[in-house]
Design a protein around this ligand. Sequence first.
Ligand code: ASP
Ligand code: MG
Length: 592
Amino acid sequence: MPLVVQKFGGTSVADSQKILAAARKAVRARQEGNEVVMVVSAMGHNTDLLIDLARQITDQPPAREMDMLLSTGEQVSVALMAMAIHSLGYEAISLTGAQIGIKTDSTHTKARIQSISTARMRAALAEGKIVIAAGFQGIDEDFNITTLGRGGSDTTAVALAAVLEADSCEIYTDVDGVYTTDPRLLPEARHISRVSYDEMLELASLGAGVMHNRSIEFAKKFAVPIHVRSSFSDVPGTMITARPEAVDMPVGGAALAKDEARVSILGVPDKPGSSLAIFSKIAAKAVSVDMIVQNIGVDGIADVSFTVLSDDLPATLKAAEAAKAELGAESVTHGNDMAKVSVVGLGMAQQTGVAQRMFLALADAGVNILMITTSEIKISVLVDRAQGAQALRAVHQAFSLDTPPKGAADRGNDVAPSARGRGDAVAVVARLQKMEELSIDDIALDETQARVTISGVADTPGIAAAVFEAVADGGIFVDMIVQSYGREGKARLSFTVPQKQYQACLDLVAGLAKRLACGPASGSAKVAKLSISGIGMRSHTEVAIRTFRCLAEAGINIEMINTSEVRVNVVVDGRHGAKALEVLTKVFADAR
Ligand code: ASP
Ligand code: MG
């Protein structure tokens, strides 16, 4: 019998009528001949209310007791849901995370799943019952209740779908799927029928916020197709699978993150270990860093810029000042009211000129770009917060995201579950040992590139657009782009190009830089680019730090860095490529 996992979020079970409506959906799936496992969140804003209650008692509730408290929200929902199913004449059993056997580590309030036992759920399903699992919770080795972090019921649902080898995993929520951008910000945002795991991972981190990021990482790792849809209607939602909506579209979605703050450490000595010193200090403050941009210096000094959430700025500045003192850097500057605009698309990797189109759209809208970082499938720029919405609209328009692509893929699942290769139950259980560990798919070395750098980039709109327009007109293929924030507000822009095009590009850019009142232009005829890609890169922030540490220990200086949800890219001197690959491969051996 096919098995479906149906997850209902807080808004979908906010009152008794909604619980009954959700129960009817499950019963319908049962009547259609499926085995049904429901995963349910706390009713409405119950989790927030519980957090608020705790705060009324103390500023610092013990994390263990917080989990004891928060897990009750889901316990209420599953019991009521089971009653609702019974009232409709079907059999159901509600189970807490502990009763199922969802084992986690002991990191209270943000625990990670280590294993899930399927025996009890299988037995109940075999008796014809609908299984109702409490989302968001588990149990540690010592039988303490744990929770998986806010929004964690999505992760429970996908994890259960993975271990049960479900045929589908439906996420019922208050929106009818994924949009090209947040429709609350842009009314012209378009509903998409399908999005790839990687795009969704990048989009979730970009603030699209439809699903818990870790749940998407899980889905990708275990090839679980997800259907995100509305609990209040029967219209088809969005499929999240390995394939994008349309293969020939460079960009599938755009996003705006409005709460960014920029920190730049200027005049950092350009030597091994600098990045490590900076980012390990920030990590020690438990601040998570978003955009990381490092740029080589022309005269032996580099700039390191990064963004954090505005709320984390004070703590970050303390860490940055300490790093500055330790490194003998020049100064720390910051900007608080920033926004990050990003475009994401699986098709970007195969097309040229995508960055240029984005920069042109921003220039035409009069938006100044403060920082740039790119990955294979994402381009992000930092702009003034006041221009954020305008910038988002400009790029959404530039990539015609409001019109459906030709040849958009259908909504059906890609492959039958049996062919998905999740393997037999024993193999799945084996893989589930510590299933949330970091997993590195690939560490790649590219030794075909050169680096071009323009310093003193004026703080006005249109420079990046002009540079990449000229470069594209010159038939030069640009790979990685990094723009950091420099002295006196002047930025430094670096990018990589094929070695054979290096001299032509440098000549072209040198002339152009003069005309734009920027410069000087410099470069390196041979660099080595290393890309570390995998799953859990972001939720395991130590990936970047481990990278910096092992390169520093090997005496290898980093010339450029950028990071994204699924990848960390570093550029080093061309002579050190093989050595860098060797040390990185060694340091991540446990995660392969
Ligand atoms: N109730 C939990 C929360 O609000 C888990 C969830 O809804 O996914 O974070
Ligand atoms: Mg929720």
